[in-house]
Design a protein around this ligand. Sequence first.
Ligand code: SF4
Ligand code: SF4
Ligand code: FES
Length: 289
Amino acid sequence: MSEKKATLQLYRGDNEGGEFKTYEVETYPGMVVLDAIHEIQAKQEPGLAVRWNCKAGRCGSCSAEINGKPKLLCMTRMTAYPDNEPITVTPMKSFPILKDLVTDVSHNFRMAAKIPAFAPKPKEADGTWRMQQDDIERIQEFRKCIECFLCQDTCHVIRDHDKKEEFAGPRFLIALAGLDMHPLDTLDRRELMKTEFGIGLCNITRCCTEVCPEHINITDNGIIPMKERVADDYFDPVRWLARKFIGHEKKKKASLPVIQFTGAPDFKDEMTVVTTKKKPRSADEGAED
Ligand code: SF4
Ligand code: SF4
Ligand code: FES
């Protein structure tokens, strides 16, 4: 079998600056971009930093940009790119670079901690909760999220306008949607969606949906229904009157949780490995080629 080679241009550097370096690797059938980077790490550049864990599209750690497009390195086959052109791999643009292909995504964890947690109503007299299957199916899709943050990386509100503080971003808007649509939840987070999580800044470009490796219909199934619910609450005169005179729905208004951060660990010297509890899937099942 004739040996095939591919050229990769990888970003090497940190948030202060860096450069592209070019590497050649031998390819083999089924190789994904993460395999190629591991080959380079093993044989040419032991100091090259790349974050990964499961190599199965489950942990969401290996997010980066391949030829400028947000992708999971472990689920993108080398054959997706022409043989005779270099493949460029850069860290996610929306987050600070720690080293080479590894970004600091801690902003996302801080945003997650701001979301008021699930507050279920009391159990029925027989000690159980009952839910309609339709209600469960509506929110199940959002729970497939692997927290790769590719949607956060691609959203122009964060990427181009850097509104990280004013805008929760698509990953957290679907988390909020999942809570709002949950049949057992008792908190009303809609005011926070408008004021703290900036749902109004989303202009439904659907770029987040296009890059989601779990194929979650972020915009149509999560963000648009939530925008409608928030708009109904604020701008529908009938609902406004009902809220004023009859009282709003039975849900209690949520307030932001009080969070104390003790400071982020310094990942620069020691890249922390995050473990996954999710079921692995094979590259054949999910790799893009
Ligand atoms: S649809 Fe909204 S959240 Fe998704 S990328 Fe566009 S602006 Fe961002
Ligand atoms: S919604 Fe999709 S793209 Fe966004 S973090 Fe979750 S899995 Fe990744
Ligand atoms: S290493 Fe790619 S998703 Fe886990």
